[in-house]
Design a protein around this ligand. Structure first.
Ligand SMILES: [Zn+2]
Ligand SMILES: [Zn+2]
Length: 94
């Protein structure tokens, strides 16, 4: 289950909105460099892991070519720190 909500940067105090997580059949990945998000459709493999349905896999960021990960916090727009915490959850989606 993913959420959209308000986040705060613990380094500079900036507050911003971000979406995190994934849904039942997709995972939300984010770029390690520019924080652009990409939802990737996944399916359960025979070994029980969730893997991208697309044979080419998760790929890289379409904007900057950076690595995509699903285990990092949203980046602060202001100072580019990932030392951030979620303040409020506004929307659940799946
Ligand atoms: Zn990027
Ligand atoms: Zn910041």
């Amino acid at each position: 289950m993913g959420t959209t909500g308000k986040w705060r940067c613990l380094d500079c105090g900036n507050e911003f909105k971000a979406s995190v997580g994934g849904g039942f059949h997709f995972i939300l990945y984010r770029c390690v460099q520019c924080d652009r998000t990409k939802s990737v459709d996944v399916e359960r493999s025979s070994s029980g892991e969730w893997i991208p349905t697309d044979q080419s896999g998760v790929g890289v960021c379409q904007r900057c070519g950076g690595q995509l990960r699903d285990d990092i916090n949203p980046m602060c727009r202001k100072c580019k720190s990932r030392n951030t915490e979620q303040l409020e959850i506004e929307v659940y989606y799946d």
